[in-house]
Design a protein around this ligand. Sequence first.
Ligand code: ASP
Length: 339
Amino acid sequence: MITALGKPMPRCNLSVVLCLLLVSVTARAAEAPIALVIHGGAGVADRAQMTPEREASYRAGLTAAVDAGYAVLQRGGSSLDAVATAVRMMEDDPQFNAGRGAALNDDGDAELDAAIMDGNGPRAGAVAGVWHVRNPVDLARLVMDRSPHVLLVGAGAEEFALEQGVVLVPRSYFRTRARIAELAEEQQGAAEKGKAPAGNPKGTVGAVALDRAGNLAAATSTGGLANKHAGRVGDSPIIGAGTYANNQSCAVSGTGDGEYFMRQVVAYDICALVAYRHLTLEQAVTEVIHEKLRATGGTGGVIAVDPAGNIVMDFNTVGMFRAARDSRGRRDIAVYRDK
Ligand code: ASP
């Protein structure tokens, strides 16, 4: 190799330069933050009603899901794969209100909603009111990746699942004994009070992540509210309401009273405050969850992450099942405000 002065560059210099380049590239990759945050719903029972066994079981479910999703990021995987992995695990865990063990509607069926969003693009896919899809988050991903649409519902969504080779399961797969009992209780309560059924939100699942490439993603999956009217769709599959991701601002997954989250476009509102008013992620979440949502009587919480890897998990309920891991060494599993 010839230098600018026309002299041959000494070999040792070239290898030093290459070495330095390699070191700086590796260091930059190692420095790029990664983070995964998950929730298992804001419908946490009061401490007095929560048994230590149940709490331990929820914590174990959260730990398994956050570790599985975080392992994807550690291997250099995408934030989309990480959120899908974590949500899929919680859909398969019957204690959460998503996939198997989802809350039942007033016909006694699980009617499932899910969404996934790629902050790079951004791109999004969602399904609502499906009855036979074991992992609705995966079908939402297929809608995003293999269709020109964002949201497919009911029979059309299931037809799309069949076209994509997704194996459907019978409705009985989702109906656990605990959810059948919960529905009976809700219906009895509604009959006694003589008012329209409106179950408490319980155990919806979601995840948000930042990967090494700087891409954000969010996913949410739910059975909605126990004893909801057949055909009711909540905020979870509505892009901007319960799920949102944009690499320019943040990624959010919500849980709580879906109707309030939809009317206030909660997830998008948080990211808009970050993008347009330049609030920190924490300030934006505080304003939306503790001021705007509370002012209308809406209850719930969100998990959120921004491009710098800042994590926020906040709620205006008694608690929110949640967990977080990041490359700064954070590893939190929590249920109530004080963990
Ligand atoms: N947000 C969900 C819904 O309204 C319920 C929940 O978060 O538990 O469908």
